[in-house]
Design a binder for this molecule. Sequence first.
Ligand SMILES: Nc1ncnc2c1ncn2[C@@H]1O[C@H](COP(=O)(O)OP(=O)(O)O)[C@@H](O)[C@H]1O
Ligand SMILES: [Mg+2]
Length: 382
Amino acid sequence: MNQDNINDILLYDETVFKDVTVFNPDYIPENFKLRDGQIREMALSIRLLLQGGKAINNLILGPPATGKTTAVKKLFESVEYNYSNKIVCIHINSQLHSTKFDIFSQIYKKVFGHTPPETGVPFARIYNSIMNELSQKNMALIVALDDINHLFSKNVISEVFYDILRAYESYPNVKTAIFAILSDVEFRHVLDKNVGSIFNANEIHFSPYTYDEMSMILKERIKLGFYPTVISDELVDEIIDYTYSSGDLRLGIDLLCMSGNNAEIRASKTITDDDVTKAINSADSMSIEYVLENLSQQEASMLYFISSLKDKNITSGKLYEKYNRKNKISYATYNRIINKLEFLRLIDTTYTGLGQKGNSRYVALRFDKEIINKQLEDKINN
Ligand SMILES: Nc1ncnc2c1ncn2[C@@H]1O[C@H](COP(=O)(O)OP(=O)(O)O)[C@@H](O)[C@H]1O
Ligand SMILES: [Mg+2]
């Protein structure tokens, strides 16, 4: 293909997408419905702070794609807009920023508008600069730590929480709060174990969306993202059904985008049944059945063993011990299998903060036992 051809493709102005950005993972809907109750509850905790009361922590819980991140960002937007002289709000993605230094660098950046010098600055200096600045300006600090399970693995969570929440000990007029966001309720006990009594929080729950709610959200996204008549009602329903059965709204948004892309590849101005099927197939290929089918015998056997355990949260060491009684494998092999199963998102492992070096892990199944056992029994018995 020559330059001109490539340029033709890039410039081709016939498209199914009115606004392709509404399908981006970081898109924030202008009109964000269905989470008024939760936003209100969070806002009330900030109101107390504005009225001179104490800072209240929130623990935000709910399955993936239930609007937790969006709700917090929406709230922070308005607080920032109206009270930028009183409160600094910062949202931090713990997957991207998972060390204490990194997290405080983000806070520093928010407070000062530029990152701290890269090298040679001790943590204490960054910390003190932040708190001094807040103290002088008489401002409060609210830090949203999103998907905090990523902080468990590096064992930094207790220090980060402590440093944020105990700022008042050295800076008496600085009020600080944490909004901790957690997608997996299974991890509740890990959080409690790690941050214990320093983190007194008001709990806010995001329940899964109903069929009608998912339908409404997806239809709204279609209206914003596609030109009219690009996708038929039947195909929309197919995508909604699929999304609902997966339980993952994010998947539905991806399917819309992929279906649109498939139409563009054909240079068509409408999405066909085929475009949707292709999108669903490629999503399916990532789905659990497919993943299970492609496990090695050893991996399948380990997963089956885990799912047959009575103990829902077993430590990695105990699991090895039990498994090894029946099936002799080396610890290195065992570790490789566990890491693979976690990589495939079939299990979660969480650092307990205990053990020698603090690297003992809990192992927990991510899926319903029944789903896993049914499919694995055939595989293992063959
Ligand atoms: N009430 C809603 N209205 C519109 N879009 C929503 C709503 N809730 C979630 N979404 C969309 O679903 C996706 C996941 O939302 P997000 O806030 O990231 O969920 P979580 O943080 O709970 O995993 C995003 O694309 C978001 O725009
Ligand atoms: Mg989120």
